[in-house]
Design a protein around this ligand. Structure first.
Ligand SMILES: [Zn+2]
Length: 291
């Protein structure tokens, strides 16, 4: 069977629907439906026409879901392209502090962070600052030399080299005790962020608990990871295994599908929905279809 026919069949496969009881009160609106891989069933969520799109191998290394750790480095071409110096963007840095004037970060991620800080303020949590953002490979190399392998990652292996991660602080106290950290742990997912190195996951991430380091992955991924208590390594492994899931977040239906990519592949996506493609930095791409 031709590969594209097979992939098309994956896309039109049906759903084995079950709901997972949310463990956070806030998660009451999240329902995860897992699609099984039986052929000949109807793709239920998105009716209407589909279009064929081609996915090239280089797309494995682009997007918001790239896995970066000791095993999978950031490639130079993966670095987010909208990196900006925050001190020059007063409109992006209202309501929180900057640890120093050199902090750079993706403009898109900074906008999401601002939105998150605004929401936290409404909950009475308002002493955020950004202590570190994007780091060049050169800066990471220096840091690794200065701090050593126990405290820093080698150049290219830190999420800070990608542009989608930042370290958040509190102006009042250490993040181990701060209400800012507590708020992030509970709510950051609503704004597309994950706590990348949570408690009890060092055996998976290779990094001890860091209450300050957050990573942008976007919705619905942050919601699924929160709901299922997955770190990024676990989430990408889960998608690879399930191939395709459907998730309802705040009443809106998303579908998330994994495709292995070697050289290039052709897949079908719904015609009338926005979709995004991100590589996993390993062996494939994740296609997210939005409501
Ligand atoms: Zn960090």
């Amino acid at each position: 069977m031709k590969k594209w026919v097979f992939l098309c069949l994956i896309l039109v496969c049906g759903f084995a629907v079950y709901n997972i009881t949310p463990f956070f009160e806030d998660m009451n609106d999240i329902k995860i439906n897992q699609q099984d891989q039986e052929e000949n069933e109807v793709f239920e969520v998105y009716s209407g026409n589909t279009q064929k799109i081609k996915i090239a191998e280089k797309q494995i290394y682009e997007g918001n879901l790239l896995l970066v750790n000791r095993e999978y480095p950031v490639r130079k071409e993966s670095v987010i392209t909208d990196i900006t110096s925050l001190v020059n963007h007063k409109e992006l840095t209202k309501g929180y502090g900057l640890h120093n004037t050199n902090i750079r970060l993706s403009k898109m991620v900074t906008q999401k962070f601002s939105k998150m800080v605004d929401a936290a303020r409404k909950d009475g949590v308002s002493n955020f600052l950004i202590s570190s953002g994007f780091r060049s490979f050169e800066r990471q190399k220096e840091l690794y030399k200065e701090k050593g392998p126990d405290y820093a990652l080698p150049a290219g292996h830190s999420e800070h080299n990608l542009g989608l991660a930042l370290d958040v602080g509190s102006t009042q106290t250490t993040m181990y005790k701060a209400s800012e950290a507590e708020w992030i742990e509970k709510n950051a997912w609503k704004y597309g962020f994950i706590l990348r190195y949570p408690k009890g996951k060092a055996d998976v991430t290779g990094i001890e608990y860091e209450p300050w380091h957050i990573r942008y992955v976007g919705l619905p991924h942050s919601a699924i990871m929160q709901e299922k208590n997955f770190v990024l390594e676990e989430y990408l492994g889960y998608l690879k295994e399930e191939k395709s899931i459907s998730v309802k977040v705040n009443g809106k239906q998303y579908s998330v599908s994994y495709y292995q990519v070697s050289q290039s592949i052709t897949i079908h996506v719904p015609d009338n929905h926005h979709y995004e493609i991100s590589g996993n930095n390993m062996d494939g791409v994740i296609v997210t279809v939005f409501p």
